[in-house]
Design a protein around this ligand. Sequence first.
Ligand code: SAH
Length: 661
Amino acid sequence: MLAEFAPLALIAIAPTGVNKLQSLCVSSSGIPKDSANIWVPESCAEITGTQVYNTSLKKHVASLWQNQRAFIFCLATGAVVRLIAPLLENKSSDPAVIVIDEMGQFVISLCGGHQGGGDRLAQLIATQLGAMPILTGGSASLELPAVDMLGVPFGWCRGEGDWTAVSASVVRGEPVQVIQEAGSTIWRTARGVEKSSLCFEETVDATAEIWITCRSFTDKNSTHKPSTHKSSKQKSQFNLKDHNYTDQSQKSIITWYPKVLWVGIGCERGTPRKVIEAAIENTLQEYQLAKDAIAGIATIDIKSDEVGLVELCANNNLPLRTFRREILKHISVPNPSQIVAKEVGTPSVAEAAALLATFYPSHTDKEPSEEILNSSQGKTKGEMLIPKQIFRLEGQPGAVTVAVAQSEREYTGRKGKILLVGTGPGELQQITPAAQTAIASVDVVIGYGLYLDLISPLLRTGQIIEALPITKERQRAQRAIELANWGLIVAVVSSGDCGIYGMAGLVLEELKVCGWDGKTPGIEIFPGITALQAAASRVGTPLMHDFCAISLSDLLTPWEIIEKRLQAAAAADFVTALYNPKSKTRTKQLTIATNIFLQHRNPNTTVAVVRSAYREDEQITLTTLDKLLDVSVDMLTIVLIGNQNTRNYCEWMITPRGYIK
Ligand code: SAH
C-alpha cells in the first residue's frame, strides 16, 4: 500500500504510536527495503524494526525533508505543525504530511494533499486502520475533482498558470472553461467531474480556463495565451477560441500537457547529443509546441545504438521507439525522399517513425505487424504536426532531421496494473481491508452495476467508474486490459471471491489470449468471502466436513458435465453448495440436481437456501432435500445440501467434524 509513496518516513515518540506505524508497514507489500523507515527516540530504541534518531526531532525531520515523498507522524498535530513549518516551500514540491492520532482513530492529511498525494495516502491509511480520514481541501470536502490532479493518471505534465486561483474557481462553483486540444477525454467521466462547474462547451461567463494542450505559451508572464500553431490547418481549428480568449484576458488559466508529441529523428552517424537536442528544441520553439508534451523519440532500428540519441532519451527520461525499414516504408508521409530510400531502404525515417509511434502509444506496444499496416493503408492514428526539418549546428558535426506527429491518445509513461478484487457477499463490513484499500487506490473501477452500487461508499472522487451489464463479462475483461496496457491502475470487482465463478479467471484467460508475458500489465488478486462461506455463516457450520461447489449454470459448461459432477458429489457424500441454481429461463436444472441427490441421500437431509446473504433483502430457509423444490430459489440464491450426518438443531445447520461420536 505504501510502496508508491516511498521513500517515506514514519515517526512516533511512544510505543503505542510505533505499533500503529508498524502495522501499516507490515501490510504494505512491494515496498523496497530501507525506503520506509520508522524513526523513534532513544526511549523506544528497544522496539524492533525501528531506527533511532539521535539529534532533536526538529533537526532530524529537517535532515530527511528533501529526500522523502511522504511523512507519517503519530504525534500531536500542533507538534507536527511546529516541526514542519520552517521547511514548507510550496505545494507542488512539498512532501505529503500525514498525522495519525495514537489511538488510530483519525488520519489527517496535513499538507501536500493534492500534488504530494497526501489526501490519497491519508485515505489509504484510514481504510487500512479503520479510521476516519480528515481531508480539508476544498475539493475533497465537496467531492469535486482536484484540478491539479486531473491528468496524473494519464501522465500529463502540469504546466504554467495560477493553479490556486483556478482551483478556487472550481471550489466556488464558478464556470470554468475546459479547452482540450490534446489527449484523451476519458477523465471527464471521473467521479465528481459531472457535478463540478467545469464547462466543455463554449461559456461566456467563465472565470477561469483549463487548457489541455500540446502548444506552448507565447508570453508566460502577461497574458498566458497559448500560442497558435504555425501550420494554417491548426490555426483555423483554434482561431475561434484564441479570439474569445483575448477578449477576456482577466481569467486565471492553467495548462496541462498530455504527452502526445512523438518526435521522429533521422541523423547522420555520430551526431552529438547536443546537436539533436538543439534540433528538437529549435523546432518545437519555432512551431510553439511544448517540450513537456513530448511523449518520446521515434526512429529507424539501425539507430537504436546511436549514442547521441540514446543519451538524449536517457537524460530526459523519454522512450526511444525504433522501427524496421520494412515497416517504415508502409507509412504515407508528406515528404518521401528517393535519396533516403536508396540509402536506408525506406523513403522516410523521421516522418514515418513519428507517425508510426502514434499508432501504438502505450507501454506494452510492440512494432505493428505488416498485416496491420497493410489493412490500415498507410494511415496512422496520428497527425503530422511538423513535417521534416533538417538541422545543423554551426561548428558541430552531424545533421538531424526532425518531424513531429501528434497522437490521438497520450503516452502515460506508466506501467499499468490490474487488481482483481473480491468484494464479498454484499455488506461493506464483509470486504477485507486489503480489498477496500485496493479499491480506494485505483484509477479505474470496472464491474457489474449492482456490485458497484454495493461498494459505492468506497469509491472516491476522481476515479473513473465503468459499470458494464452483467452479460458483458468479456468486454469488461478486455476493457480492463486495454486501460492497464495504456498505463492505468484498474480494479475489476466481482462479488464474493473474484476467483470463484468471478471475473479474475476471465481476465487471466483473456490476457493469455493476448500473449501476456505474465508481468505487464501487473496483476494482483484480492480474495473475498465467497457466497458459500457467507451463506454457511448465516445458518451454522454446514461446511465443517468435506464439501464442494457446483454451478448449475450450463451457459458455459455443457449440462452433461454438470450432471456428472452432481452424481459424483452426491455419491461421495460431499456437502454441496449449488451456485447459480436457477434463473428465469433456466428452471429445470435444480429439479434434476435435487433428484440426483435424492438417489444418494436421505430425503430428510438438511438443506439451507440462502438468498442475498449479508444484503438488505437477505432470506434464509432451512429445509430438507425432499422439500427443496417448494422453496423459492433464484439467481441471488445459493443452496447448501448437507451430507448424511448434517443435522438441523434449533434452526442451526451443523455438520459434525467427528469429535463427538
Ligand atoms: N464470485 C461469486 C459467485 C458468482 S456466481 C462468489 O464468490 O460468491 C453468482 C452466484 O453466486 C449466484 O447465482 C448465487 O448462487 C451466488 N451468490 C452470490 N452472492 C450471493 C449472496 N450474497 N447470497 C447468496 N448467494 C449468492
